[in-house]
Design a protein around this ligand. Structure first.
Ligand code: SAH
Length: 249
């Protein structure tokens, strides 16, 4: 897949990163026998929908540097040299684990409210000998109010957890001022933008860009929404557990 990585993300994994992707795949297949972790188990589909898609969201951070100037209107992510990520509703570890493998010197916190998913993740993290990944059990609504987590992350990631407004309410409180929330979506229509704009404004953010792209093997449509935090999130947010989904902003 080296060519496709290079053509699409301007990045090539090292031999060690490729080995870690392979091992991750094997461990997830193994875990899937007991836990319902993912429907995506075919190797190429796993590569595209889990590995490639996870990294596409942070593509501007990966670029090998040779083709600077070719950035078009892609979002500019310029976090510190050792960025702190949080992956909210990580499930089987996506997009957080591929990002922890690919981005040098980063730390990734994998957050999920389901204990058995976190127990599984802890097992695979010890087998893969990661030192830059932590796990956290809890609801985003509660974690976002804890001083040790609130406004402490450079980049929050959310994939397949809820509508864009719900994801924004989970993510923006956790992001530092100046940081980014990256919301991974399948379909996205312009009509949804007004609702999201309204939510993001209340949370201290702005919509910085919305990228649409197709995946490299099956040509499926995907979107990434990049929200920049420009002001502190008011203390009313996130609202108590369950409210963001029942009454989206
Ligand atoms: N991000 C993964 C998993 C998506 S499934 C992927 O893209 O493959 C959604 C996950 O979010 C589930 O594991 C669920 O337990 C978790 N989740 C849902 N609401 C949550 C909340 N409020 N706080 C934390 N985790 C949540």
């Amino acid at each position: 897949m080296a060519d496709i990585w290079q053509q699409t993300l301007h990045w090539t994994p090292t031999a060690q990163q490729q080995m870690q992707f392979q091992r991750l795949y094997e461990l997830i297949l193994e875990g899937n026998r007991q836990l319902n972790l993912t429907r995506i188990t075919e190797p190429l589909e796993f590569w595209e929908k889990h590995l490639w898609d996870s990294l596409r969201g942070i593509a501007p951070l990966l670029r090998d540097g040779e083709d600077e100037g070719d950035e078009g209107d892609e979002v500019v992510i310029s976090p510190p040299s050792s960025p702190a990520f949080i992956d909210i509703g990580t499930g089987a570890g996506f997009p957080g684990i591929p990002i922890a493998i690919a981005v040098p010197n980063c730390t990734v916190t994998l957050l999920d409210s389901t204990r058995k998913k976190i127990t599984f993740l802890e097992k695979i993290l010890s087998e893969l000998e990661f030192t830059n990944i932590k796990t956290l059990i809890g609801r985003a609504e509660e974690i976002g109010r804890q001083p040790q987590h609130r406004q402490t992350y450079d980049i929050a990631l959310v994939r397949a957890v809820g509508t864009a407004s719900i994801c924004a309410e989970y993510a923006l409180p956790l992001v530092k001022k100046g940081g980014l929330a990256v919301i991974y979506r399948g379909n996205w229509t312009e009509d949804e933008k007004t609702d999201l704009e309204n939510a993001v404004n209340q949370l201290g953010g702005v919509i910085e860009s919305i990228e649409n792209f197709t995946t490299p093997l099956s040509n499926s449509i995907r979107h990434c929404l990049y929200l920049r935090k420009i002001a502190a999130t008011p203390p009313d947010f996130p609202r108590p557990v369950g409210i963001p989904t029942q009454k989206p902003l």
